[in-house]
Ligand binder design. Structure first.
Ligand SMILES: Nc1nc2c(ncn2[C@@H]2O[C@H](COP(=O)(O)OP(=O)(O)OP(=O)(O)O)[C@@H](O)[C@H]2O)c(=O)[nH]1
Ligand SMILES: [Mg+2]
Length: 303
């Protein structure tokens, strides 16, 4: 048995903290968060503004607990929904122990107001340049120079979140900035979200992938009943749209649209819950839900 003193030192040395990833829509925040956590917690699509909530992903080792927070992209609010998404961004700047500013090297202009927003943070800022697989090394160096001058980061990294390039080194670097602290969550916990949330996100991801224009943005998914039986999970969800015309588009000719969402989502949900799944999807119209404070509150967007 080790002497009491060394055991004591280990407890004291435990590090824990909130590491918040922020950046413009489509920068790769969810891809990075997933690769660091090692699980597909956040949905990823080629469309901007996929993520609507803060989602915590927790990395646990004996030495530390890193609570990563994936956030919606920084946007100009046009709807009440967007205000809630931007509040998630602002909160994540304020409550971070380490702030990761993720920048897509191919879309790297930062507005002055974004720099102002970031300057409110009082913690170490790590600048991470993403998607380096898409450009030359020379361009990466230019981006590092340009952005470092404006953001004054404690550290800079260049990565490809998609291919995992430099991801392990990044994880180790972030860990060095974590303050000494006891764990915030049980050490076997991976996220703060429940199964219903992930199921609705999987369905929403299919809609982002299968539909164009305003349809994905006008859609919300609500799991309204979840029955766990011995060999099967029975899940009942509403796909909420803003107008009757959108309902028709989601359902599709002879119901083919909604059937395809159901088939694809069920496959992923079964892999996620590791069980057979029955999925019942219905489309409901809630006029202008994105502007409706009551609805947004009810669905967990507004505090
Ligand atoms: N080529 C390349 N593509 C990437 C990389 N990282 C992410 N992507 C792609 O960029 C797109 C957006 O990725 P997400 O992780 O959803 O981006 P996000 O910042 O979470 O986006 P929002 O949630 O919409 O704000 C997806 O198509 C990803 O596959 C990368 O390193 N290289
Ligand atoms: Mg995202």
């Amino acid at each position: 048995m080790p002497p009491a003193a060394s055991w004591q030192t280990n407890i004291n040395m435990h590090k824990a903290g909130y590491v918040n990833i922020i950046g413009k829509p489509n920068a790769g925040k969810s891809t990075l968060s997933n690769i660091l956590v090692g699980e597909q917690l956040s949905i990823i699509t080629p469309k901007a503004s996929t993520t609507r909530h803060r989602i915590l992903g927790i990395v646990n080792t004996d030495q530390y607990q890193m609570v990563l927070s994936d956030t919606p992209g920084i946007i100009e609010p046009a709807y009440k929904l967007h205000e809630s998404m931007m509040n998630a961004v602002k909160d994540s700047i304020e409550d971070a122990d380490v702030l990761i500013v993720l920048v897509d090297v191919t879309n790297r202009e930062l507005k002055e107001e974004h720099i102002q927003l970031l300057s409110k943070s009082k913690c170490p800022l790590m600048l991470i340049i993403n998607k380096i697989d898409l450009v030359s090394q020379a361009e990466v160096l230019v981006a590092i120079k340009e952005l470092s001058e404006r953001l004054h980061p404690a550290e800079v990294f260049a990565i490809s979140a998609l291919n995992g390039i430099n991801a392990q080194g990044l994880l180790e670097s972030i860990a060095r900035y974590l303050p000494e602290h006891e764990p915030y969550y049980p050490k076997d916990q991976l996220t703060d979200r429940n199964t219903r949330f992930f199921v609705s996100e999987i369905i929403r991801e299919k809609i982002f992938r299968l539909y164009e224009k305003e349809i994905p943005y006008s859609t919300e998914v609500i799991v309204h009943d979840y029955k766990e039986e011995q060999n099967i999970d029975k899940i009942y969800a509403y796909i909420i749209v803003e107008r009757d015309s959108q309902k028709g588009i989601i359902v599709g000719r002879n119901g083919e649209g909604i059937k395809r969402i159901g088939v694809e989502a069920r496959k992923d949900i079964e892999a996620f819950v590791q069980k057979k799944v029955f999925l019942d999807l219905r489309v409901k119209v809630e006029e202008n839900w994105r502007k409706n404070e009551q609805k947004l509150k009810h669905w967990g967007y507004l505090e």
